[in-house]
Design a protein around this ligand. Structure first.
Ligand code: COA
Length: 154
């Protein structure tokens, strides 16, 4: 079941974020990159739940298995699935709900910052690569890719 994240679930989102990166992104990123990317705080995630335009979770039998969050400009920012729940359609379902929300707001395209790990997933979901980019965490840089997809009207 996909639903809005609730205040008080920040610690669970933080755990999903860390486990997803450490479990799924080791081929594309170095240990130093994984360390800095996977770090986060409960407070930071509580703020994200309170302030971002949309933060959805997938709940399966009482357990949160993944989440998606949009930036203030409504680009798709964080999309993470627990390794043991990967490749079962959770990411696609979360992304689909985020796209529905964007369409409902009148957006004609969805834009996402994709990790190198997630490029194949985004392509499979109808996105095309627009440009290469970097995310900078202090002295550590991570290569990412900007992807986009036209959205139909709702
Ligand atoms: C990227 C991610 C969100 C995908 O979630 P998921 O639940 O595993 O993906 P799904 O099962 O919904 O896959 C949807 C489709 O994409 C395909 N797919 C998923 N991961 C893929 C990959 N790495 N390469 C190619 N195709 C992929 C699936 O086979 C599926 O195809 P189908 O519709 O033909 O069956 C997940 O792997 C993840 O959390 N990765 C680590 C964190 C990350 O990089 N997040 C994204 C950027 S911040």
């Amino acid at each position: 079941m996909i639903r809005a994240a609730k205040q008080g679930e920040g610690h669970i989102l933080m755990q999903i974020h860390e486990k997803s990166i450490r479990g799924l992104c080791t081929k594309e990123y170095s240990p130093a990159q994984l360390d800095i990317w996977s770090s986060g705080s409960v407070e930071g995630y509580e703020k994200l739940i309170a302030n971002c335009p949309l933060c959805l979770v997938d709940e399966d039998d009482g357990q949160l298995t993944g989440f998606v969050a949009l930036r203030r400009n409504r680009s798709i920012w964080q999309l993470y699935v627990l390794p043991e729940h990967a490749r079962k359609g959770v990411g696609k379902a979360l992304l689909g709900k985020a796209e529905q929300y964007l369409s409902s707001q009148g957006d004609t395209r969805a834009v996402a910052e994709a990790s190198l790990t997630a490029i194949g997933f985004y392509k499979r979901c109808g996105y095309t690569v627009v440009s290469q980019s970097k995310v900078v965490f202090g002295s550590v840089e991570l290569d990412v890719v900007l992807v986009e997809k036209p959205l139909g009207k709702v």
